[in-house]
Design a protein around this ligand. Structure first.
Ligand code: F0G
Length: 464
């Protein structure tokens, strides 16, 4: 095992370090989040990002095929041959003219990063490759996570294919899209449905993991976030190592935004990039903790001295008012994001902004992504809806280069899609109308006809 990597508390007042093999969810000394840190001076760091192109010709080696591990030099906490892979990270960056037009961007300026093309259909596989590698390194036999659906699908897939650990997943009852639930069940994960929401499941899984010595694979696990850095490496690779002006990402538990920030901090420090992109994190209006704290309460990273009292007062007030997250974008239906402070660090380094988007805005953007590309689930479309908003506000320039991260695959949540495009009014009311969605401006309605050739021909001849 290498000694060129360790874990470190992100609180600058503490900075305690822990060995790679220690398992902590938070710093035992001060309770802050932990980072994986490297002794870059004693590691073989590439001189330029183009270094990684040499691995394109080694795709027959599973770890070189992996979109995570072919950047191993930038997350070297385990020997390459011991890194777990299920073929994650074969994702593409697609330039989309229709979606650019929808957001008000100039043609050629907007890109969609399809993380839904991962084996379990979401970006989580990037993190799970790294997280399960660490789990195996420390000899974990059982792993667990709380989930709004995608983390559990990903963990279940990694456990079923690699057989290195058993897994238990915790989900809020009725709080998960069926596409995702079906994956966890099909992959054979022990599935615990808790009466409550994601925040309840998250609290319980941490207690259970501690009590039973189960390895926790939520994004509070710093090794998982190492894997998610590679989403940014692949974006840069697709842009021929040029740095875009903006990265726009949906915000839930804030693992992705945190890991993107860490990726850019490290790339910059290592001299591998000169420019740093700006980061926009998009909340759903019904789950807007980060928006409120960052944009309204002006909570900041402040060199790591985050105003904890402000956060505590905010959550206290949330409980007093009985406010619970509620959004059609169930993946990001989260009140208490565990990576809040790390996300503040990312926003600080990347000169970030936070916006919230309504249910209507999310669904309209989702329909546009579907019509102009491979499609995505509702939470992912928040990035496109957020971009539109930031262009309208004049914060994103129309000809800047913007990358929206589409975090999850279209088929994860077919209910939302069918309710939007379909003609069943009762189903629309139940799924979307009840959430305040009023119009389906971008819907592609199916046309109902009798089982009659004449009728069918007549409809098609009318060009409907
Ligand atoms: N998009 C999708 C499709 C997600 O599944 C999630 C998170 C996010 C965005 C938010 O990312 O947490 O890094 O800010 N899903 C988690 C889960 C919470 O349990 O699957 P984040």
């Amino acid at each position: 095992m290498t000694t060129t990597a360790w874990q470190r508390c992100i609180n600058p007042q503490c900075k305690a370090t822990y060995e790679l093999t220690e398992i902590h969810h938070y710093c035992p000394q001060c309770g802050s989040l932990l980072d994986v840190e490297y002794d870059w001076d004693h590691l073989a760091v590439p001189k330029s990002l183009a270094h990684f192109e040499r691995y394109w010709s080694e795709r027959m080696i599973p770890q070189r095929f992996s979109g995570v591990w072919r950047f191993h030099e930038l997350l070297p906490f385990a020997p390459l041959e011991e890194c777990v892979t299920v073929g994650e990270g074969q994702t593409i960056l697609q330039q989309s003219k229709p979606v650019a037009a929808y957001t008000g961007m100039k043609p050629g300026s907007l890109y969609l990063q399809y993380e839904g093309l991962n084996p379990s259909g979401s970006f989580k596989d990037n993190g799970m490759a790294a997280g399960t590698t660490h789990g195996r390194l420390v000899g974990a036999k059982v792993s667990a996570c709380a989930s709004t659906g995608n983390t559990s699908a990903s963990l279940a897939l990694f456990c079923s294919t690699t057989k290195s650990m058993n897994c238990v997943i915790f989900i809020g009852s009725g709080k998960i899209a069926y596409g995702k639930l079906s994956q966890a069940l099909d992959y054979g994960a022990k599935t615990i449905q808790i009466e409550g929401d994601f925040d309840d499941a998250m609290a319980r899984v941490q207690e259970v993991s501690k009590e039973l010595g189960i390895y926790l694979l939520n994004s509070v696990n710093p090794f998982r976030l190492e894997g998610q850095k590679t989403i940014m490496f692949r974006v840069l690779e697709a842009l021929r190592w040029e740095v875009p002006d903006w990265i726009v990402v949906p915000g839930g538990n804030l693992g992705n935004s945190s890991s993107f920030g860490k990726a850019f901090i490290e790339l910059h420090r290592l001299g591998l990039i000169k420019k740093v992109p700006r980061l926009a994190v998009i909340n759903a209006s019904g789950a807007d903790t980060l928006y409120r704290l960052y944009e309204q309460e002006k909570l900041r990273w402040n060199g790591g001295n985050v105003d904890r009292a402000k956060i505590d007062a905010f959550f206290h007030q949330m409980d007093v008012e009985g406010r619970r997250a509620s959004t059609i974008a169930s993946a990001i239906e989260i009140n208490r994001p565990v990576n809040l402070t790390k996300c503040l660090r990312a926003l600080d380094f990347c000169n970030g902004v936070v916006r919230k988007v309504s249910e209507q805005e999310i669904l309209d953007a989702k329909a546009q992504v579907g019509a102009g590309g491979f499609g995505c689930e509702p939470a992912s479309a928040a990035s496109v809806a957020g971009t539109k908003k930031l262009v309208e506000e004049g914060i994103i320039g129309r000809d800047e280069r913007v990358v929206c991260i589409l975090t999850g695959y279209q088929l994860k949540d077919p209910n939302a899609t069918v309710a939007y495009h379909g003609t069943d009014r009762a189903f629309f009311e139940k799924v979307l109308g009840a959430r305040g969605v009023q119009t389906t401006e971008y819907a592609n309605h199916p046309i109902s006809v009798g089982n009659d050739l004449g009728q069918i021909l007549s409809v098609l001849r009318q060009g409907k």
